[in-house]
Design a protein around this ligand. Structure first.
Ligand SMILES: Nc1ncnc2c1ncn2[C@@H]1O[C@H](COP(=O)(O)OP(=O)(O)OP(=O)(O)O)[C@@H](O)[C@H]1O
Length: 237
């Protein structure tokens, strides 16, 4: 049986007077990996930022565990259980890897099964030898791993990953894919915004396709794979 953990209900989002999301709606089921797909500029990052509370919807609702979070400030949305890994990573460049992890500690909802720095190192083994290195001295892929580790330290119920594979060397893309796979095995709920459909195959259970700020497809990855029309029209494949 599946249960909806996060519900995005007809959100309308503007930058100034320019509207970029139009009645956008989708649900995320507990334990699933949902891919948010769409071309460059479709509205994926805007959607992620709105869920995380970095941007505010002009109308519509977002619920987490049936509680509306849409009006809350970003730090309270994080406390409610949304872990956001933004596209631009935003690690602290002047803090060490370990300090970047340490300041992100937040207890989980029930305090059980919480993440610790050691547990993050065992999930992300490449970080441990780098623990004394400054965040700003890491490669792009290492920074990406650190931002995911930092989000895990907050014990989120839902992890939002915005284009985690973007700009990374193929070997790091593979490692990020392996990491998402491992988190999925642990039962984590993940929303993965990606331009790269190929990266999502084998990782995501379902996909929502966004085009010009509107949801134009919602279905399983298998259904998307057989929808040549959707792929051609909205995904540049
Ligand atoms: N700060 C901003 N001010 C004004 N318009 C913006 C801003 N950020 C994004 N936009 C516009 O909003 C639309 C959606 O952008 P968004 O970044 O959400 O798309 P995306 O699907 O994540 O694309 P990408 O893969 O390029 O990040 C685009 O038309 C973009 O130009």
């Amino acid at each position: 049986m599946t249960a909806t953990i996060l519900n995005i209900d007809k959100i309308n989002v503007f930058y100034g007077s320019s509207q970029v999301l139009f009645d956008l709606s989708f649900e995320v089921q507990a334990g699933e990996t949902l891919a948010l797909l769409g071309r460059n500029g479709a509205g994926k990052s805007t959607t992620m930022k709105t869920i995380a509370g970095v941007l505010k919807a002009k109308s519509g609702n977002i619920t987490l565990h049936d509680q509306s979070i849409v009006q809350r400030p970003a730090h309270l949305i994080a406390r409610a259980g949304i872990g956001f890994v933004p596209e631009d990573r935003q690690i602290f460049p002047d803090l060490t890897v370990e300090d970047n992890l340490d300041i992100a500690i937040k207890r989980g909802a029930n305090g059980e099964d919480d993440w610790s720095i050691d547990r993050v190192y065992s999930m992300l083994p490449l970080l441990e030898p780098l623990k004394d290195r400054l965040g700003g001295q890491l490669s792009g892929g290492e920074q990406q791993m650190l931002t995911v580790g930092r989000a895990l330290m907050g014990n989120p119920d839902v992890l939002l990953l915005d284009e985690p594979s973007e700009g990374l060397a193929p070997i790091m893309v593979q490692k990020i894919g392996d990491l998402i796979h491992a988190l999925k095995q642990l039962g984590k709920t993940i929303v993965l915004a990606e331009q790269n459909l190929h990266f999502c195959l084998g990782l995501a259970d379902r996909a929502v396709v966004i085009d010009k700020g509107r949801d134009v497809f919602c279905g399983t990855i298998a259904e998307l794979n057989t929808s040549a029309d959707i792929k051609q029209r909205y995904l540049s494949v």
